[in-house]
Design a protein around this ligand. Structure first.
Ligand SMILES: Nc1ncnc2c1ncn2[C@@H]1O[C@H](COP(=O)(O)OP(=O)(O)OP(=O)(O)O)[C@@H](O)[C@H]1O
Ligand SMILES: [Mg+2]
Length: 487
């Protein structure tokens, strides 16, 4: 099983999937009918969780401790067996349901009387199997203590500093075309209906969405065009009151102590009445359409031509936010990445005096694959270091080897992974079996996922292949997969 090669991230996601399944309405329904032993299943869930919290620690310790390595390996098998057992229960429950419907029409009373006994027997044997699995997992729990594995639920999701509208980039590279196109859209007043135009900037973490939004917000023509402007950093913990309050305080330039959303919205609507405004809602993660509808209610009182710029990594959010096509931010060219890296590495010093470093630097820039965040981080690592040996070391090491705490890259990109549902996490982690920079086809990935058994059956009878394709699209839409140049 390829999953066995992938490691802790895959088991973590598998355990999450298992826990979700145990508490799914389908299983809860089986408890209600008293077919499965509910306390036993809950115990199974708690035991899985007890193991889940030490997986990070185990992953670190396995390098030096072969016993931990073996523990992890065996645990993988137990988790896969647990998955098979739940599959078996699910399949049987489904079969009973279908047969039940069918048999009521066809079976004589005699045979019909026999069926419940057969099913009860099945569930009893399942209860025995769950008990056995539980005992097997409890052995892992005992061993974890003996091996000294400790709770480590992993890196906390970083609390990112809120973004602001003030430009802090020494220079912005490679975005002139995007800027020209988008400022034209911003300056046009031809909204086709009464809704405020929403322009969504979409792209993977660190590609420069906020930077571009900031450029537009501070452009002098744009400044002149709008009567009111406001910037709100929305971020992961969406809070309608906080965002509305920020917008209101910006347009009135006064602090506001209202805490009631209704009062805030009424006041904001009053302030916007008949005035042309530009709002930036930076870094949207919330996927609830109704929340967005509620947030934008006061916006409709603004004058025609008012605009909202939204930045997000998720195309699905963009598609319900926007009423003009969203703007996909492409990675920078290698040349722009190099200029950006050099700016951070050399500051205002002219790098042409360091030809040997320029050669190595250009190769390092290629490794950034057009991601400005990576170019900036590596430029920062090389800042004031004029020794070609140091530059070569960076060239020959992986970006991922930078200490987590010192790099902005992993925390920024890790966020996209953190917010994935567990089933999608497994599919994503599975792709780590591909070599770096590998270009894969949707069909190949879909078949591999299906072969690996990591695509759950759809409740609505949709074919597994369709579900897998939807997962692929979802990862693409969340900017975790990138379309290759050829597709
Ligand atoms: N075109 C560019 N030229 C120079 N620096 C850039 C450019 N684009 C981005 N940067 C720098 O790269 C870093 C990441 O950019 P930014 O914060 O705009 O990315 P993002 O797409 O908004 O990421 P996230 O999805 O995490 O919000 C920033 O520090 C920014 O200064
Ligand atoms: Mg951003």
């Amino acid at each position: 099983m390829a999953g066995a090669l992938i490691g802790e991230a895959f088991i973590s996601a598998s355990i999450q999937v298992l826990c979700e399944r145990i508490t799914s309405p389908e299983f809860i329904d089986l408890f209600r009918q008293k077919k499965l032993d509910q306390p036993l299943l809950m115990k199974l869930k708690m035991t899985l969780f007890t193991l889940y919290v030490v997986l990070n620690d185990a992953e670190k310790k396995q390098i030096e401790n072969p016993a931990v390595r073996e523990w992890l390996d065996e645990l993988k098998h137990a988790v896969f067996d647990a998955e098979d057992l739940l599959d078996e229960i699910k399949y049987e429950a489904l079969r009973c349901k279908l047969e039940g419907k069918d048999q009521t029409h066809k079976l004589t009373n005699k045979v019909w009387n026999f069926l419940p006994k057969f099913h009860n027997h099945f569930y009893q044997s399942m209860n025995v199997k769950i008990q056995e699995l539980l005992e097997r997992l409890e052995d892992f729990v005992q061993l974890k203590t003996a091996l000294g594995l400790r709770e480590d639920v992993g890196r906390k999701v970083s609390q990112r500093t809120p973004t602001t509208s003030l430009v802090h980039e020494p220079c912005v590279y490679g975005r002139d075309e995007d800027k020209d196109y988008l400022s034209k859209v911003l300056l046009s007043d031809d909204a086709s209906n009464d809704d405020v135009s929403v322009i969504s900037l979409v792209g993977m973490g660190g590609v420069g969405k906020t930077t571009l939004a900031r450029m537009l917000y501070n452009d002098h023509k744009v400044k002149e065009h709008f009567t009111l402007k406001a910037w709100a950093c929305v971020s992961e913990d969406y809070d309608a009151i906080r965002v509305t309050k920020t917008l209101l305080e910006s347009v009135t330039s006064k602090p506001c102590n209202m805490t009631d959303l209704n009062l805030l919205q009424v006041e904001l609507r009053e302030q916007l009445k008949g005035r042309k405004f530009l709002f930036v809602l930076d870094d949207l993660w919330n996927e609830k359409y109704s929340d967005w509808k509620c947030l934008q209610t006061p916006f409709t009182s603004g004058a025609r031509g008012s605009k909202v710029i939204v930045t997000t990594r998720n195309q699905s959010i963009a598609s319900f936010m926007q009423n003009v096509p969203f703007h996909l931010l492409k990675p920078l060219s290698h040349e722009d990445c190099w200029l950006l890296l050099a700016k951070h590495a050399f500051g205002n010093e002219n790098y042409s005096a360091y030809q040997n470093l320029e050669e190595i630097g250009k190769q390092i820039a290629r490794k950034c694959n057009g991601l400005p965040l990576a170019a900036q981080t590596l430029g920062g690592v090389l800042r004031c270091k004029k020794d070609s040996e140091v530059w070569n070391r960076v060239l020959n090491s992986s970006i991922w080897e930078l200490p987590y705490e010192k790099s902005d890259i992993l925390p920024a990109l890790g966020l996209s992974y953190h917010y994935l549902p567990a089933t999608l996490k497994r599919c994503f982690v599975y792709c780590s079996i591909f070599p770096k920079d590998y270009e894969f086809n949707i069909e190949d990935v879909v078949f591999l996922w299906m072969g690996e058994g990591i695509i759950p059956e759809a409740e609505n009878g949709e074919r597994m292949e369709e579900v897998a394709k939807e997962y692929f699209d979802e990862l693409l839409s969340r900017s975790l997969f990138q379309k290759s140049g050829k597709s």
